[in-house]
Design a protein around this ligand. Sequence first.
Ligand SMILES: CC(C)(COP(=O)(O)OP(=O)(O)OC[C@H]1O[C@@H](n2cnc3c(N)ncnc32)[C@H](O)[C@@H]1O)[C@@H](O)C(=O)NCCC(=O)NCCS
Ligand SMILES: Nc1ncnc2c1ncn2[C@@H]1O[C@H](COP(=O)(O)OP(=O)(O)OP(=O)(O)O)[C@@H](O)[C@H]1O
Length: 239
Amino acid sequence: MERKNFQGRVMRIVGLTGGIASGKSTVSNLFKERGIPVVDADLVARDVLKKGTGGWKNVVSAFGEDILQPDGEVDRPKLGQIVFSNPEKRQLLNRLLAPYISSGIFWEILKLWMKGCKVIVLDVPLLFEAKIDKWTKPIVVVWVDPETQLRRLMLRDRTSQEDAGNRINAQMSLDIKRARADIVVDNTGSLEDLRVQFRNVLLEVTKPLTWTEFGLSRQGASSVFVSIVVGVLIFKKVL
Ligand SMILES: CC(C)(COP(=O)(O)OP(=O)(O)OC[C@H]1O[C@@H](n2cnc3c(N)ncnc32)[C@H](O)[C@@H]1O)[C@@H](O)C(=O)NCCC(=O)NCCS
Ligand SMILES: Nc1ncnc2c1ncn2[C@@H]1O[C@H](COP(=O)(O)OP(=O)(O)OP(=O)(O)O)[C@@H](O)[C@H]1O
């Protein structure tokens, strides 16, 4: 009975990551099929780069109007070509968009928390790079062998081997990500193999929360919120 109450008040945030074209969206869809909501960082990143937004303004001032389409929207393939072949430019883009992406993800989480969701998934390609991993438990890494990853990426995006290779190399290696995972899904095989592994993932993520996870959950979040408000009030008084 006690455990039921405890579970009713908390939300688990599962981290889902991997490499480009390793199969995160495919796994996200399996979560959605089972009624588990997914926050997709790529979608958030698209929203914060829409014409007229703060992210768009920053990016246009830094990269120039050459990256715009005639309708004023960012020409994504063009910007992609620039940043995936130039690490400095990629870091610049990341720095310009990171605050907008983080707050976009935060609001999506807040909405789901207010709805009372018990388990949600954050699908974030740069989960480790952006240090969002510390807010999620467990961390699921979708791994795939390098040849399969390259082949699937070229097939899906109809890109050259060079472009696909640049995109893969722009990310932390999948082997490092795998080493930092709580759960590894090997997506080198068929979709049926993936579904079989997914059953275990589902069992893991729907297990009762541990105390550490509880600390990051609804009550933990409220305590942090209260501490911040109190901190700000004290700070203002001191000044
Ligand atoms: C450069 C952009 C315009 C290219 O757009 P495009 O439509 O071609 O690709 P899309 O956004 O669908 O991304 C596809 C995949 O590329 C990889 N990727 C995207 N951005 C990055 C990045 N900054 N570093 C490394 N990999 C990245 C991810 O695996 C992502 O799933 C776009 O990716 C972008 O705005 N990136 C910066 C924002 C970001 O960091 N997004 C990742 C969310 S955590
Ligand atoms: N097990 C599989 N067998 C065959 N094809 C697959 C398998 N898993 C995924 N794919 C295909 O590989 C491609 C990449 O998968 P997906 O889009 O899910 O990757 P992703 O990690 O979400 O990519 P991104 O980082 O670009 O968002 C897609 O075309 C998808 O249909």
